[in-house]
Design a protein around this ligand. Sequence first.
Ligand code: SF4
Length: 506
Amino acid sequence: MEYLVLSGPVCTPAEPPSGAFILAAGLTGNGYDAGLFDLSLEFFHQTLDHPEIKTAAVENSVQYLLNMKTGYDPMRHRTAAGSLHKQLKQYSNINSGWKLTFMDITSPEHVHDPSALADRLSNGANPFSQLWEERLEPVLNEIKPKHVLISLAYLSQLASTIDLVSFLKQRGIEPIIGGSLPRSLATTGHGLDALHKVLGTIDLSNGASLIPNQNELGFWDRISWPTLVSSLPYLSAHPVVPFTLSTGCYWRRCLFCPDREMPFVKVPESSYTQFLSSIPNDIIERRPIVHLLDSAIPPKRLRQFLPAAREYGVKFYGFARPSEELTRDGLLEDAAEAGLLMLQLGVEGGSDNLLDRFDKGLRAKESAETIRQAAAAGIRTYLYLLFGLPGETSEHRQATLDLIESNSSDVDFMNLSLFNLPKYCELAQRAEEFEIMMGDYPGNEDVIHLYRPFTCGGISPREEARNFIDKSFLTTPSIREAHLRTPRWFRAAHLAMMKLNGRRDP
Ligand code: SF4
């Protein structure tokens, strides 16, 4: 094999890690023999098989998540995911204080300090060494890849990636390291130098640098299904397949958005059919669900994707901005008929005035109409709400509550976030204008930070928002219902597979 892409723990075991998958798919489409080895998936299977973790309840829960093809019942899903998560708590006893969830693994200290983590991993209990020896080494011996690539996409992969690089170097393998975490640190965060110190050279391209005469834009012209090295199943009743219709964001204006500086690139329509036609038959037979990775699916690209989705019989879900364009000309009805199972809607809030302040380009009225039309077409609605913005008042928060309450019968799931201020963004540069006072980072300079502490007019909007969410927002009965229906683990893939009245079957 020419290129083997490795992705370390922890990423969700419900679907392939998107960045690593797309990298391997881009290399494959450009004519290379390339594969993805999802070490996080191997890690979860290894952990759930551990004698101190495996129980009959764990086995039943895994079987439920693997096999419920007609759709998960929200209550049964909650019980299954809850019982798995309860058993994962045993992980701390097995690995001296390391905590494991389906979204993260954390060391007892130095969570975001690469050098301290490297010291701890080389001198103390190491939760990854067994994974490298039992699962990775045999694959390296068998495949003998010419190049090993490591994709570091999330902070939850930081510890394992540090250890993985050290394991490979000890065996004389010089991996090429990249991924969206170092790219984010380079553009809007802090700590790239700290990462360099521990990992060495880092490639900040999207993988195009590996292909002669290729550029960041042309990388998307040819995307094909890569070899998946692990034969273990993802914890999902239908295979979830990452793909994207665009990169960057077509809106690109929100003042605090890290994607604002990235170029917006449309993936050519020819790539849709090339990619979908390359999905192996055994995956197609299991009725795959395409996870559209777009920061915000452009309505025109959505329309263009529908014939390909119909032709290859794939269902799909993804993130979109609620907008008038999305509700025009029966687009949502057509998309639902072509297989759109769920829209993750970046509603953010109910106050036009606050949304305008940050150039969000969203209107509460358009959000309400998008939610209504999506639900009427049988599309699951998963709303993303953002609280704690600089200058947010109780009136702004109340407007959000009113918007959600008045549309609650059409709201299936919710994600509530508290605002974080990226270290470098337009809003941080114009802090004074927004009466933002930057705070200091706790700890030393060599720690990774994606966000900057701040106050606004002497108060922390995040604290005020937290109070509101607990005491007013989630105590509103119809809103609480959607909140309780939203599982804590295996978002968003499993949400697209939830069985709900009035929504289309997966
Ligand atoms: S719509 Fe979302 S991705 Fe696009 S600029 Fe705004 S915050 Fe960023």
